[in-house]
Design a binder for this molecule. Structure first.
Ligand code: TRP
Ligand code: SF4
Length: 400
């Protein structure tokens, strides 16, 4: 019924690292050729935790968008925009807020987690509590089928589904639907009306599909009904409501665990990252100074790749031959660690080469970047406005 659409967003955290590339952006690049994709910068979400320092957000936004483009996200295929440039998100957020139980928000696992984790910040705010509901608005306003996210975001997509279900339940009927339907039932004539009512109960209360079919046939044959009444009674039969906001599905990004330069998961908070546009000298230095198997003190000591963070990187970057070479030569002390690290350095530099090339154009001419976002935001806005028109109408807010 609705066009297939993928939507995902990222908070502007500034320069992205290779963990973002392997974990998220490679996936976006694949999806953009398979579906109409909407990818956006969640700058309002950044404010939920950085409301005291909003000045850091702007530069982060542009650095991040350049990194998206560097990774091959293609503005000719996907629609790229900034959340705050589509203010309709906030209107939907507000309208959804009216009927969203507080408990739904308080129970989202990231809520208490983040308050615990980010102790230095005061997150006892209305905005932070509303974080997942704003995310629900982001998704629902595009009526997206698929939302590629990491595992931590799945509860947010689940809540989005509940919010959509509740919205459709509350507002997915025409005003006076029930009364109009009951009036229409009377027009069937008393015998048919009684049968219709019985069949409807049999289907709705006992899931009797046979009864549903019989009732449909009955309506089909009823000459006394107008078109509108017939449609209404079909809907009434199934308790059907109009689906205004379809329920999205999370597309779990396969948990490729990109190791950082200390063997832990690559993450800004661990300080173990290699940025997407990290300078080659810096990449080389980082890898060359990486810790290795602690048992391998001297060059002549044999090592064990299983205890070495460099091996983790080989599993991401090296082919079978290279991996076999590492296994054999490490355990027999046939190679030194610097020798072992070189293929990883080469592979990362090779991976980054096209990224630097793609980014250069936008660094040379930032107006290109601005116009990609302006165009994307216009396009997104048209879709969002169409949804809001229907949302307002269904809530009785269409006054003209
Ligand atoms: N909460 C997401 C994150 O931290 C970012 C986000 C905001 C998002 N709105 C979204 C992701 C809508 C998917 C869909 O990563
Ligand atoms: Fe690690 Fe390679 Fe050194 Fe073995 S040879 S300890 S795998 S860096």
């Amino acid at each position: 019924m609705f066009a297939e659409r993928v939507l995902s967003g990222m908070r502007p955290t500034g320069h992205l690292h290779l963990g973002h590339y392997h974990g998220v952006l490679k996936n976006w690049v694949r999806l953009q050729s398979e579906y109409p994709c909407f990818f956006f910068v969640a700058d309002w979400h950044a404010l939920t935790t950085h409301y005291e320092t909003p000045d850091v957000i702007e530069q982060s936004v542009w650095d991040m968008v350049i990194d998206w483009l560097a990774c091959g996200v293609d503005p000719n295929q996907a629609t790229l925009f900034i959340q705050s440039k589509v203010p309709e998100h906030s209107e939907l957020f507000l309208l959804l807020a009216m009927g969203t139980p507080l408990g739904w928000l308080e129970r989202v696992p990231t809520y208490k987690d983040q308050i615990e984790k980010l102790k230095e910040k005061d997150l006892q705010t209305y905005g932070f509590l509303g974080y997942p509901l704003l995310q629900a608005a982001d998704i629902l306003i595009y009526r997206a089928q698929f939302v590629p996210v990491g595992e931590d975001q799945v509860p947010h997509v689940e809540m989005t589904r509940e919010v959509a279900r509740r919205f459709n339940y509350l507002y997915g009927r025409e005003p006076g639907f029930e009364e109009k339907s009951l009036e229409a039932v009377k027009k069937l004539g008393s015998k048919r009306a009684k049968m219709y009512a019985e069949l409807r109960v049999a289907f709705q209360e006992r899931g009797d599909d046979e009864a549903l079919e019989q009732a449909k046939a009955l309506l089909q044959d009823a000459q006394s009904l107008s078109m509108a009444d017939r449609e209404r009674l079909f809907g009434f039969l199934e308790g059907a409501r109009k689906i205004i906001l379809p329920e999205p599905q999370a597309l779990l990004t396969s948990a490729s665990r990109m190791p950082g330069i200390d063997g832990q998961k690559m993450s800004k908070s661990y300080g173990n990252t290699i940025d997407i546009r990290e300078k080659p000298e810096e990449v080389t230095r980082s890898i060359r100074t990486m810790p290795t198997d602690p048992a391998r003190v001297r060059r002549t000591d044999p090592g064990d790749p299983a205890r070495c963070p460099v091996w983790q990187l080989h599993t991401v970057y090296s082919d079978e031959d290279t991996k076999a070479w590492v296994q054999k030569e490490c355990q027999s002390a046939g190679i030194g660690c610097l020798e072992c690290k070189q293929p990883v350095i080469d592979a990362i530099l090779a991976e980054q080469q096209p990224m630097f090339e793609r980014a250069q154009m936008y660094l040379d001419d930032p107006s290109l970047l601005r116009s990609i976002i302006a165009d994307g935001s216009d396009k997104a806005r048209k879709v969002a406005q169409e949804t809001m028109r229907e949302v307002r109408e269904s809530m009785g807010l269409a006054y003209d």
